[in-house]
Ligand binder design. Sequence first.
Ligand code: ZN
Length: 233
Amino acid sequence: MDEQSALVLFSGGQDSTTCLAWALDRFERVETVGFDYRQRNRVELEARPKLRAAIAAAFPHWRRRLGEDHVLDLAALAEISDSAMTRDVAIAARADGLPNTFVPGRNLVFLTFAAALAYRRGARRLVAGMCETDYSGYPDCRDDAIKAMQVALNLGMATRLVVETPLMWIDKAATWRLARDLGGETLVDIVREVTHTCYEGDRSRRHEWGFGCGHCPACALRAAGYAAFRAAG
Ligand code: ZN
């Protein structure tokens, strides 16, 4: 396992893009992995190569570190889950309080596949954007779930993988700030213009925080975080 090699779970959203920059800032070799689980936001998947290209063009010292991209087909997730993330139904709160965008066990599946890929690629670190601070209530974003996964993966594969979650204890405003600390306003602009967060997949409406419908829970969180980030200066 290469101590200086990392695999970033890279969806094409704001959080995973910030994680990619975080990894490029620290590790000598950084690869990315994305998952196609028939998510309704195809635009997010389409943003991935554009983001990698934009980051490589703007940051030559990171371009040297940026390695292969992998996209894994996880269509089975859509088959077994009944979620607004993979079906064309309105986004709403469920009776138990969880948003109906919840895909049960999604992050556990992602981490398992990413770990198997990291094993093959010799990467010691998995970098993922899970966040417990202003998460939408998804239980598999919580720190304990991720740490338990790290233990299970290492026991099950006889490895010493480290699951890095740089956003775990920060809020959305601090995620914008982290992007600026890592790559200045250039990176903030790339995150604003190219990343996709909106559950509705809307790229037709542009706001100061980027593109999106402006009213879904993902847009609301992103907009509020951006406003707080700018208000803090
Ligand atoms: Zn939206």
